[in-house]
Design a protein around this ligand. Structure first.
Ligand code: CA
Length: 224
């Protein structure tokens, strides 16, 4: 299972270094170079992010403000990084929902060790979703239908996760496109229809992903 880390860091030399180290360790990395970009990305892709590595001093929105906004809706693990070594900053960071705190400069091995601790701790509490005999396990990133493992691609998994998080709710194609492909995707919106078809094929019957004509799709048990 690939875990996704959102790295929020405006200092290019550090972000380049951290990106390559994290990728080497097998993580998927989403880079945001200022606080506004981080907040925008989080709103679009938050469901797929396992941990946020958040710099404190950032252009546009500072790290503390980004964290406050995220904490209104999400308990995703957040590790703050700062060049400042003031006790007051650490207290403010932890008081506002940071799970851990690193002062720059730090040893990469220490960062990686602390990331593993946070991911492991959080991994024990993440949600599983179930609709009829369809089960999605966010820790293992696995999907079972009637007890059988469904072999989904990353994109298919992401799409199903969004639908399961909004069970019983009609999601428009645009909402699904933004949540799964991101707001910067500039292809055709009917890619959503294509992936819904893949999902239906892989999940088998009875169909749980219902077409809501002229609007989009809703996932729910057939007899709801
Ligand atoms: Ca900075």
């Amino acid at each position: 299972m690939t875990q996704t880390i959102m790295l929020v860091e405006d200092e290019e030399s550090l972000s380049t270094y951290l990106c390559s180290e994290l990728k080497f360790e097998g993580y998927r990395v989403l880079l945001a170079e200022d606080g506004q970009a981080a907040w925008d990305d989080f709103q679009q892709k938050g469901a797929g992010i396992d941990l946020i590595l958040l710099d404190w001093m950032l252009p546009k929105l500072d790290g503390l403000e980004v964290m406050r906004r995220i904490r209104k809706t999400s308990q995703v693990p957040i590790m703050m990084m700062t060049a400042r070594d003031y006790v007051g900053d650490k207290v403010a960071g932890l008081d506002n929902g940071a799970d851990d705190y690193l002062t720059k400069p730090f040893e990469i091995e220490e960062l990686l060790a602390r990331l593993r601790v946070l991911l492991r701790r959080h991994g024990n509490t993440v949600a599983n979703y179930r609709v009829a005999d369809l089960e999605l396990d966010t820790k293992a990133r696995q999907v079972h239908r009637g007890g059988q493992l469904a072999q989904l691609t990353q994109r298919e998994y992401d799409l199903l996760l969004v639908l399961m998080q909004h069970v019983g709710t009609t999601m428009s194609r645009d909402e699904l496109l933004d949540a799964v492909w991101g707001t910067e995707f500039d292809g055709q919106v009917n890619i959503v229809d294509v992936y819904i078809r893949y999902l239906r094929q892989k999940l088998g019957g009875p169909n749980l992903i219902h077409t809501v004509r002229g609007v989009g799709y809703a996932l729910q048990a057939a007899n709801d």
